[in-house]
Write a protein that binds this ligand. Sequence first.
Ligand SMILES: Nc1ncnc2c1ncn2[C@@H]1O[C@H](COP(=O)(O)OP(=O)(O)OP(=O)(O)O)[C@@H](O)[C@H]1O
Ligand SMILES: [Mg+2]
Length: 224
Amino acid sequence: MLDVVAEKITRIYPMGRVEVVGVCEIDLEISHGEMVLIKGESGSGKSTLLSLLAGLDRPTSGSLTVSGLKLESASAGELTEFRRRSVGIVFQFFNLLPTLTVIENVSLPALLAGEGRPAAAKRAADLLSWLGMDKRANHFPSQLSGGEMQRSAIARSLINDPSVILADEPTGNLDSKNATAVIELLAKLNRDLRRTVIIATHSSLADRYCTARLVLKDGAIVES
Ligand SMILES: Nc1ncnc2c1ncn2[C@@H]1O[C@H](COP(=O)(O)OP(=O)(O)OP(=O)(O)O)[C@@H](O)[C@H]1O
Ligand SMILES: [Mg+2]
């Protein structure tokens, strides 16, 4: 089964009188269960591509299907459901809500998807325990280390059981020990839980776990 089918997707950012190319005519197929690394210099289009795959942004042209949903023609409601249920997104700066505890942060996407509070809290607790974070469940993000914040963010990305995990520089703010732990966790999600994992990263820590890699330059794939 294919989780990603991209045909000539292009994203142009109009900036006044000039146009900036985010990505240009990307063709891509990713099967379910792959672990794909997206490499390339700063400004090469990695975050642009991940935002398109996540349904956070729409291509200027081209066709993009992720987890069976044709994103370019999806309605706003379908895109919201897609972001909630089909993909899990992990960011460089964790993006946890500071006024919620860890377990509340992790439960939130389940509550937004309509699940009851007790069931959401139970699954959040199970995920945190699986990630070795039981003792941190009732802490606030400001009380955590960077590695713990990212593990919490990974738990949050998993709460609605997405088939595809998208991570943009997930280790960009971590020291090497925590960075290794986060990459090993993403590899474990891929291997043991059979999730498709797509990571944009400058780091080589994930190289030995990936099933495919592609290199972007000026918004185009130059190597795959
Ligand atoms: N919102 C935006 N508006 C205008 N131009 C943008 C926007 N986002 C990205 N770009 C431009 O699109 C190109 C690709 O940017 P992108 O953020 O995808 O690169 P990247 O590979 O993720 O870089 P980095 O490794 O620094 O994160 C760059 O030229 C960038 O300046
Ligand atoms: Mg980026």
